[in-house]
Design a protein around this ligand. Structure first.
Ligand code: NAD
Length: 294
């Protein structure tokens, strides 16, 4: 679809990281941007920065895991702007789960699923019927991850399961939109190809009390900086992809109606091949045997 001034983009998880980069890029393309996020201080700061740059901005505190709040967001946006052209269901969290699956705190699963899976579903339900009824061209971008979206990541298994769900949900959305000959497209985003310097490693800052850990963590949370130092000390190279590059990939992908927003990467391709081969050959997933938990 065309992206042009006067259109409206809604981005969840827009106060930080990839979401903020998406909002900035849409604003630079002339779109009005709606920033939705659960973290009010960061949200206000993000909105103020965009307004200072001349963008048309509306910010609203929303917990995407709570259906009523996402529906209220959609009501608010349609009252103000009358249309939505781009919807980025981007908000997401790392679960903070430790150890083996059978040792996990169920609240880690509930919280991660509420934000990463239900949050995307709530966005689809609240916005897509109105986008279709509006009759304009539109696009929905759901943020997955190579971790789970491409292949399981046993060291972050809960997160990976939620991100696998986002891929399958978006494939279903695509099929349903095509079956209706809709003017609304759908894409699944795999940010990368490298690591990103975002707040994802500090996801616990937004963890709600209703999903508090039922027992303390055995090990403290590790920051991105600590992880990076440890990797470098162990002799590994660590590359980062700028969030602006991810936003550029999304804008190009919307313009090209590209379902798989999957950057070129030998590493991703290797994982896809290994997993596909294992399934096609009915062979056990030996590519998962080298993972060691912390
Ligand atoms: N950082 C990476 O390396 C990476 C890689 C692949 C995928 N992703 C995905 O990209 C997306 C954006 O993450 P990021 O890396 O920019 O991290 P981030 O923490 O910088 O941004 C996530 C934003 O989501 C918001 N958020 C958290 N819970 C929310 C809720 N319940 N309702 C509304 N907003 C909520 C946070 O406040 C934050 O502003 C996530 O879906 C994440 O899983 C990130």
């Amino acid at each position: 679809m065309e992206l042009r001034a006067g259109q409206v983009a809604v981005v969840t998880g827009a106060a930080s990281g990839i979401g903020l980069a998406l909002a900035r890029r849409f604003a630079a393309e002339g779109l009005a941007v709606v920033l939705a996020d659960v973290e009010d201080g960061a949200l206000e700061k993000a909105a103020a920065g965009l307004r200072a740059g001349g963008a048309a901005v509306h910010a609203r505190v929303v917990d995407v895991g709570v259906r009523e709040q996402v529906v209220a967001l959609a009501d608010d946006v349609y009252d103000r702007f009358g249309a939505v052209h781009v919807l980025c269901n981007n908000a997401g969290v790392g679960s903070g789960a430790e150890g083996h699956l059978w040792e996990h705190d169920p609240n880690d699963w509930k919280w991660a699923f509420e934000v990463n899976v239900w949050g995307v579903f709530h966005g689809i339900q609240a916005f897509v019927p109105r986008m279709l009824a509006g009759g304009d061209e539109g696009h929905v971008v759901n943020t997955s991850s190579g971790d789970g979206g491409i292949a399981p990541l046993p060291t972050a298994s809960v997160y990976a399961v939620t991100k696998a769900a986002v891929v399958t949900m978006t494939e279903s959305l695509y099929a349903h939109l095509r079956a209706e000959h809709a003017r609304v497209g759908a894409s699944v985003l795999f940010p990368g190809p490298h690591m990103l310097r975002t707040g994802l490693w500090e996801s616990h800052r937004n963890r709600p009390d209703r999903y508090a850990k039922s027992r303390p963590r055995r090990t403290p949370y590790r920051s991105l900086g600590q992880w990076e130092t440890a990797m470098r000390e162990a002799g590994h190279e660590v590359d980062f992809t700028p969030v602006e590059e991810v936003a550029g990939h999304v804008v190009d992908g919307i313009r090209a109606d590209r379902f798989w927003m999957l950057p070129e990467s030998e590493n991703s391709d290797r994982q896809i091949r290994a997993r596909s081969r294992s399934m096609l050959e009915r062979a056990n997933p030996s590519y998962l045997e080298s993972f060691i938990l912390d």
